[in-house]
Design a protein around this ligand. Structure first.
Ligand SMILES: Cc1cc2nc3c(=O)[nH]c(=O)nc-3n(C[C@H](O)[C@H](O)[C@H](O)COP(=O)(O)OP(=O)(O)OC[C@H]3O[C@@H](n4cnc5c(N)ncnc54)[C@H](O)[C@@H]3O)c2cc1C
Length: 348
C-alpha cells in the first residue's frame, strides 16, 4: 500500500474542482482499509472515504487529512429461489455492475443505469432514478465500523434508507467504511416502467421492454440531459443534480400552490413525486429566473438540465458555491423554499 502526498483531488471528481489531499491511499482490500485507518489514527488525521467522486464538491483548500480511495473489486453471484444475490466490492464501478445484472437478465437496478460512481457510494445517499432506489434491492452492506473497530454486516433495515438519505449520510455519518454491498435481484426480468420519460419512450412499442432495452433507453435519456458522463460533454462535468427535490409539509405545499396561482402558474404534478409530496427542484429553479445555460462567472447551469451545476473549466470550488448560494437565495425569495444541496461538501 503506497501512501501518496499532496494529491490533486479535482481530477478524481466528476465536477473537477477543488484542492489537494494531504495524503491519499488506494485501498484494494479490507486489509488495506485497516492499514489506512491505522495510519490516519497514528498521525491523528481526519479521514475522507472516496468512491468515484461523483457526488462531491471539494473545497479549494483541499482535504487536510487522509483520503482513502476505495478500490475493492470483485462481483460474485449466487442464485436463491428465483432471486439472485449479487455481491460487489465497494470499488466496483456502479454502471458496470448494472450492466452485468442486466446481461444476466435479473431485474431491480436497470433504471439506475448510467449513474456514475462506485458500488460503495450507492447506499450512502440511497441512489435513485427513474422510479428505482437501491434500498429496494440492497440485502446487506458489509462495512468497517470505525467506532467498534471491526467489520460488521448491516442488513437493509439497519441502513435507515429514505429519499437520498441513509444512516451513512445522516446519523452515522463518518462511522462506516463500506467494503461490499449485496443486492437481491429478481429473475422474472420485467423492468420497472414508472416514469413518464420512459413511458413516452416505449409508448410506440406494443410489448413491455426487455431489461436491456430499458437500460439502453435510460442511458439515452440521461445522455440527452447531460446526466451521463460523456468525455468532451461539458454539460456532464457536474456532480449530477445539485439540489434535492424538496419534500414539503401540507402547509408548505399549500403556500407554494398559492404563490404559483398568483403568478398564473401550476406546480407540475408527477405521480412519482406526488407519492412522497416532493416538488420538482428543477421547476423551482427554472421559475426563479435561472434557466438552463445560466452563467455566473466561470460557473453555470448545464444547458441540458436545470439542476446540474457545471463550469467552463476555469472555475474554483468557491465559484460553484457562489452560484449555488445565488440559486438558493433566488428560489427562497420566489417560493419560500430553501433548496438543500445533494452533493457532499468536503473540506469546507
Ligand atoms: C452526471 C451525474 C449523474 C448523477 N445521477 C444521479 C442519479 O440519477 N441519482 C442519484 O442518486 N445520484 C446521481 N448522481 C450522484 C452520484 O453519482 C451518486 O450519489 C453516486 O452513488 C456517488 O458515488 P461515488 O462512488 O461517486 O461517491 P463519492 O462521490 O466518491 O462520495 C460521495 C459520498 O459517499 C461517501 N462514500 C463513497 N464511497 C464510500 C464507501 N465505500 N464507504 C463509505 N462512504 C463512502 C463519501 O465519503 C462521500 O461522503 C449523479 C452524479 C453525476 C455526476
Amino acid at each position: 500500500m503506497t501512501i501518496q502526498d499532496h494529491v490533486p483531488l479535482a481530477p478524481l471528481t466528476t465536477l473537477q474542482v477543488g484542492g489537494p489531499a494531504r495524503y491519499l491511499v488506494e485501498a484494494a482490500s479490507e486489509d488495506d482499509v485497516r492499514e489506512a485507518v491505522d495510519f490516519a489514527r497514528a498521525k491523528d488525521l481526519p479521514l475522507l472515504v472516496l468512491g468515484g467522486g461523483s457526488n462531491l464538491l471539494v473545497a479549494d483548500s483541499g482535504w487536510p487529512g487522509l483520503v482513502i480511495k476505495i478500490a475493492i473489486g470483485g462481483i460474485s453471484q449466487q442464485e436463491e429461489n428465483g432471486t439472485l444475490l449479487m455481491d460487489a466490492g465497494a470499488g466496483v464501478n456502479w454502471d458496470q455492475f448494472v450492466a452485468q445484472a442486466v446481461a444476466s437478465d435479473y431485474a431491480g437496478v436497470e433504471c439506475l443505469s448510467g449513474i456514475p460512481g462506485s458500488v460503495g457510494g450507492t447506499p450512502v445517499q440511497n441512489v435513485g432514478a427513474y422510479g428505482q432506489e437501491v434500498s429496494e434491492t440492497i440485502e446487506w452492506v458489509r462495512a468497517f465500523d470505525l467506532k467498534a473497530n471491526r467489520v460488521v454486516i448491516l442488513p437493509e433495515e439497519a441502513c435507515g434508507f429514505h429519499y437520498r438519505t441513509s444512516i451513512f449520510n445522516t446519523t452515522e455519518r463518518g462511522r462506516y467504511i463500506i467494503l461490499r454491498v449485496t443486492y437481491r435481484l429478481r429473475q422474472d426480468g420485467t423492468p420497472s416502467l414508472k416514469y413518464a420519460d420512459l413511458q413516452r419512450h416505449f409508448a410506440a412499442t406494443g410489448s413491455p421492454p426487455s431489461l436491456a432495452q430499458m437500460r439502453a433507453a435510460v442511458r439515452q435519456i440521461r445522455q440527452s440531459k447531460g446526466m451521463l458522463i460523456v468525455p468532451g460533454d461539458a454539460d456532464s462535468r457536474s456532480a449530477g443534480s445539485f439540489f434535492k427535490n424538496p419534500v414539503l409539509s401540507e402547509v408548505q405545499f399549500r403556500d407554494l400552490a398559492t404563490r404559483a396561482e398568483l403568478k398564473g402558474l401550476k406546480i407540475p404534478s408527477y405521480p412519482a413525486l406526488d407519492a412522497q409530496r416532493k416538488v420538482s427542484a428543477a421547476w423551482l429553479v427554472e421559475h426563479s429566473g435561472f434557466s438552463k445555460g445560466f452563467t455566473l462567472g466561470a460557473a453555470g447551469i448545464s444547458r441540458k438540465h436545470a439542476l446540474a451545476l457545471i463550469h467552463t473549466g476555469s472555475a474554483s470550488a468557491a465559484d460553484i458555491v457562489r452560484l449555488k448560494e445565488t440559486i438558493q437565495r433566488g428560489v427562497e425569495k420566489t417560493w419560500g423554499i430553501l433548496l438543500e444541496p445533494e452533493p457532499v461538501f468536503v473540506g469546507f
